[in-house]
Design a protein around this ligand. Structure first.
Ligand code: MEV
Length: 328
């Protein structure tokens, strides 16, 4: 059978409900795919013998394999193509890849993992590569290392599987059951951009100065994630919200919040949120606020825009699913 001339794929963004930073040090984290902004990629057959072409439409960047521009945005995709070719998953000529994403960069929503997952999936589809979600996650993780240096693996895991997870580095992955009803969140972008690798490496260097204190905070965050897993699975939004607020307080004590994030978290809490926290590396990016219902999430999104968020949207997470186990 001839391969399709074009293969298109999509990948979600992600949200860490509980556990960022601590997850880098081996503690558990609860993360979910978001039905909000997503990434899309298409892979097309070109003429046999023509060099592989890559286009990142959002950045108006396009190049042929081996001639990637020096822009930071190009590096992960140049590496992605090399991984596909060197592992024999795609030929070294005669195809092109185009990637576009609605997921803002440096915002805590997993843009790097999301775009890479969409790109790998599109190429797998073009060449009929039989790779499942765990193998996709491994491929995305390899690219994440170029983006972020020392990623924990949570972002690639959740965007590749597209399911709520309890992720713990090096441990068996647990897919979360339930909740019986969807949870409703407002996600608001502070407009301030961070570089995950810089925030993670700053936390690492400050941990070297105060190891005991940092490790105690990481353990406390990990314990919140364990409790959050149970709250998530029984659909107890009130309990989950309380854990998210406590997680935010602990993250702020590590120095990864910012005045803009504090304003948004506070606004969410006085506007009826069940809990709110920064998402991802911090020092900018997004805040997630948990609401009691869909209407509450819309109201929170409006309140957060009025408080200075550059964008805010309501999202649902946690469709009913069966629990299961999988390879990280
Ligand atoms: C990034 O989404 C979350 C961090 O915990 C880094 C990581 O897990 O790789 C800050």
């Amino acid at each position: 059978m001839n391969p399709p001339a074009v293969s298109q794929a999509k990948a979600p963004s992600k949200l860490i409900l509980l556990g960022e930073h601590a997850v880098v040090y081996g503690h558990p984290s609860v993360a979910v795919p978001l039905d909000g902004p997503s990434s899309r990629a298409s892979a097309r057959l070109g003429r046999p013998g023509e060099p592989i072409g890559v286009e990142l439409s959002d950045f108006k960047l396009a190049w042929m394999r081996g001639e990637a521009p020096s822009a930071d945005e190009a590096k992960p995709f140049a590496a992605l193509v090399e991984r596909l070719v060197s592992s024999g998953l795609a030929p070294d000529n005669g195809w092109t890849l185009t990637v576009t994403s609605e997921v803002p960069i440096g915002c805590g929503l997993g843009s790097g993992a999301s775009t890479a997952a969409a790109a790998f999936r599109a190429v797998y589809g073009l060449f009929g590569v039989p790779r499942g979600d765990s193998e996709l996650s491994d491929d995305v993780f390899a690219v994440e290392k170029i983006n972020h240096g020392t990623p924990s693996g949570v972002d690639n895991t959740v965007v590749s599987h597209g399911r709520p997870v309890l992720f713990r580095k090096g441990k068996e992955l647990a897919f979360l059951a339930g909740p019986g009803t969807a949870l409703h969140l407002a996600v608001a972008d502070s407009g301030v951009r961070h570089k995950t690798s810089e925030v993670v490496s700053d936390v690492a260097s400050r941990r070297r100065e105060a190891t005991e204190r940092f490790d105690a905070v990481f353990s406390a965050i990990g314990a919140l994630a364990e409790q959050g897993r149970a709250a998530f699975e029984r659909g107890d939004a009130r309990a989950l919200g309380g854990l998210m607020s406590e997680n935010h307080r602990l993250l702020a004590s590590l120095g990864v919040s910012s005045p803009e994030l504090e304003t948004l978290v506070l606004k969410a809490c006085v506007s009826g949120a069940l809990g709110a926290k920064l998402c991802g590396a911090g020092r900018g990016g997004c805040v997630a606020a948990l609401a009691a219902d869909a209407a509450g999430a819309l109201r929170l999104a409006e309140a957060l825009k009025a408080a200075g968020a550059v964008t805010a949207f309501a999202a649902r997470v946690g469709q009913p699913r069966l629990a299961g186990k999988g390879r990280p």
